[in-house]
Write a protein that binds this ligand. Structure first.
Ligand code: ATP
Ligand code: MG
Ligand code: FE
Length: 344
């Protein structure tokens, strides 16, 4: 089954074609992402109305481009998957409207995909995918969650952030130290030039049991360290390194605890912060120590993309699921409410 996937939940337009008749990484026939970063940069954050309007401009050209790259005619598409939530309502409606219209015109089924299920399943698009049960760490701009995946579609929340998401903490910390928007990836790059151990910040909520996170206090610690420093380039890099180490250590400690709690040795990691090199290296080390396995998507599939939506949608469409023909989105949506892939 050839499935067209459309992502438009925030500030990235993503389109992909996933072909379930092929196996492993080859099944992703093509994918393209158009990022609106430049559009929102002058405001220092995403402006919802501008985001919706830009999705209107970019979605159809990106679909044409992706089909061309895949060498597939639109008439060959057998199903359409689109992000139905969570996200910005206007942005979601653009993708849902286009997807629904295409599905109607082509007379094929369409399905609304949960954006975080898309992120969560992205590692399974790579070669030699893990099979549930496993534990998932979702670390993105809006979420930091540990989830027990009993089966595809059966998700139990083990812990989550009580305030800022990990990606949000990266972005806000970067902004405080004067890095250009969006700062997360820039802060990570800068951290590579920093001296480890020069600045030591706390590993929040690791001194007590539990699987929840809190990153907003860390941000304040960094703000004070930066304010009281000489503010040279090297100091900025040293602080960035201290911040990154604190976030990474915290995530690694909690992942270990979550695996213990779930009685499992397989971890999958997804979401934009999953692209972080130090997090990937530290989780690999930890997996080796416990004789387990950690699986990531390639870095470009950690951040928002259409491939994860095409893939998650393809799994559900193949299982016979689809959503009603109305253009309906769910800006707030609890992943635990999703139906299982296979009936009970
Ligand atoms: P959500 O998926 O929760 O709705 P989102 O879609 O905005 O949020 P993603 O696109 O998955 O989030 O990820 C973007 C986030 O990832 C940003 O906060 C960004 O700073 C962070 N990020 C991206 N690359 C890196 C990196 N190398 N190191 C740390 N953070 C990173
Ligand atoms: Mg984004
Ligand atoms: Fe996302």
């Amino acid at each position: 089954m050839k499935v067209l996937g459309i992502e438009s939940s925030c500030d990235e337009t993503g389109v992909a074609v996933y072909d379930t008749s092929l196996s492993g990484a080859a099944a992703l026939r093509a994918h393209a992402v158009y990022s609106q970063i430049a559009l929102h940069a002058e405001y220092g954050g995403v402006v919802p109305e501008l985001a919706s309007r830009d999705h209107v401009r970019k979605t159809l050209p990106l679909i044409r481009q992706t089909l061309d790259e895949a060498g597939i005619a639109i008439s060959e598409i057998e199903g359409v998957a689109y992000t139905a939530g969570p996200g910005l309502v206007g942005a979601l409606l653009v993708g849902a409207g286009v997807a629904r219209s295409l599905a109607w015109g082509l007379d094929v089924p369409a399905i609304g995909v949960h954006h975080m299920e898309g992120h969560l399943l992205a590692p399974l698009m790579e070669d030699d995918p893990p099979e549930p049960p496993f534990v998932a760490l979702l670390v993105s701009g809006g979420h930091t969650q540990l989830i027990a995946v009993d089966a595809i579609g059966k998700y139990r929340l083990l812990g989550e952030t009580l305030d800022d998401a990990a990606g949000e903490a990266f972005d806000k910390t970067a902004k405080m130290m004067g890095l250009p928007y969006p700062g997360g990836p820039q802060l990570a790059k800068l951290a590579e030039l920093g001296t480890p151990g020069c600045y030591k910040f706390t590993r929040p909520m690791t001194d007590r049991p539990g699987l929840d996170f809190s990153f907003s206090g860390l941000k304040t610690q960094v703000l004070m360290a930066w304010r009281d420093s000489d503010q040279t380039d090297q100091t900025r890099a040293d602080i960035a390194r201290g911040f990154e180490d604190a976030v990474v250590d915290t995530l690694v400690i909690k992942c270990g605890r979550a695996l213990d709690a779930a009685g499992c040795d397989v971890l999958v990691v997804a979401g934009g912060v999953g692209a972080n090199k130090r997090l990937r290296a530290k989780l690999q080390e930890a997996a080796q120590r416990r004789g387990g396995r950690v699986c990531f998507p390639r870095p470009e599939l950690c951040t928002d993309n259409g491939a994860m939506i095409a893939f998650a949608g393809a799994l559900r469409l193949q299982a016979g699921q689809h959503s009603p023909a109305e253009v309906k989105v769910t800006p707030r949506w609890d992943m635990a409410l999703l139906p299982p892939l296979q009936g009970e």
